[in-house]
Design a protein around this ligand. Structure first.
Ligand SMILES: NC(=O)c1ccc[n+]([C@@H]2O[C@H](COP(=O)([O-])OP(=O)(O)OC[C@H]3O[C@@H](n4cnc5c(N)ncnc54)[C@H](O)[C@@H]3O)[C@@H](O)[C@H]2O)c1
Length: 269
């Protein structure tokens, strides 16, 4: 499939995990990739984030597919950094056709044990970060008059309550409100906005969250598997990237405001 030839995708959180899978999958379909990540740790979550080497690996994988790739080190919480990153993408590639707001963090604690700093970082990375990316990309998409595709990664935690994850759930529900409202605003310009709602995905986030909560990863995986009508422990980053590929393809040109679950049936119960 090479239906994304000539398209440019800006992907946040692209150094590893689902973001890297999005970058490689879209590049395989013909897109050039602007891969953005923070490449350093934050006080929260209580597990490590990406490194510059991770981001470089994503870039090299895209280039090995014969596509152009740009590495952008930026914190999605920073308006000035996101404005500059979008500007660099435009000056390098000339346009942006696809935005995937994927950067995110998770961590577990009961609501009353969450500190103010912890709450703020959870909301800022997962929700404000998606807003800032859209804020700076959308005016270019409108001016380009080529339409556009925006995907925001929420979670099953953006569709239900989850004990120990209230700060994460609040942010991921917020992403749905942001995406639905933005979808209405940009529809006249031929731009679609959709959200992804994965169950547990086999990425460093799951390993890190278990470790931070002092729980063996196998125990967390057991809990997740018990919630799945389909017999699977964790879905793969590629499962999420396949859903995103469909949303940015011509096949989904009139799909907007969709909350697309990749959840092994979890939300059926
Ligand atoms: N893994 C899961 O089980 C799961 C399930 C549902 C939803 N999600 C969501 O999927 C998305 C991708 O997560 P993942 O599973 O690939 O985890 P991951 O930790 O492997 O990747 C997340 C990436 O986001 C980057 N990032 C974090 N904070 C950032 C910031 N402030 N600025 C820029 N980049 C930042 C990290 O460095 C990392 O490379 C997240 O939004 C996450 O909340 C994950």
């Amino acid at each position: 499939m090479a239906e994304l030839n000539g398209k440019v995708a800006l992907i946040t959180g692209a150094a590893r995990g689902q973001g890297r899978a999005h970058a490689i999958t879209l590049a395989r379909a013909g897109a050039d990739i602007a891969a953005l990540d923070i490449c350093r740790d934050l006080p929260y979550p209580r597990y490590g984030l990406s490194s510059q080497a991770d981001l470089d690996d994503t870039v090299h994988e895209v280039q090995s597919l014969g596509r152009r790739a740009l590495a952008l080190v930026a914190d999605v919480r920073s308006a000035s950094a996101m404005e500059a990153a979008v500007q660099t993408t435009i000056s390098t590639f000339g346009h942006i056709d696809i935005l995937i707001c994927n950067a995110g963090i998770a961590d577990m604690a009961t609501t009353w044990d969450v500190t103010e700093e912890w709450w703020d970082v959870m909301l800022d990375v997962n929700l404000k970060g998606a807003w800032l990316a859209a804020k700076y990309v959308v005016p270019h998409m409108i001016a380009q008059q080529r339409g556009g595709r925006i995907i925001m990664t929420s979670s099953v935690a953006g569709l239900k309550g989850m004990a120990g994850l209230s700060h994460y759930c609040a942010a991921k529900w917020g992403v749905v409100g942001l995406a639905r409202s933005l979808a209405l605003e940009v529809a006249p310009f031929g731009i679609t906005v959709n959200t992804l709602h994965p169950t547990g995905v086999d990425t460093p986030l799951i390993t890190g969250m278990a470790q931070a909560a002092g729980m063996p990863k196998a125990q967390l995986v057991d809990q997740l598997r018990d919630g799945h009508p389909l017999p699977v422990d964790l879905v793969a980053p590629q499962d999420i990237a396949n859903a995103a590929l469909w949303l940015v393809s011509d096949a989904a040109r009139y799909v907007t405001g969709l909350e697309l679950k990749i959840d092994a049936g979890e939300m059926l119960r």
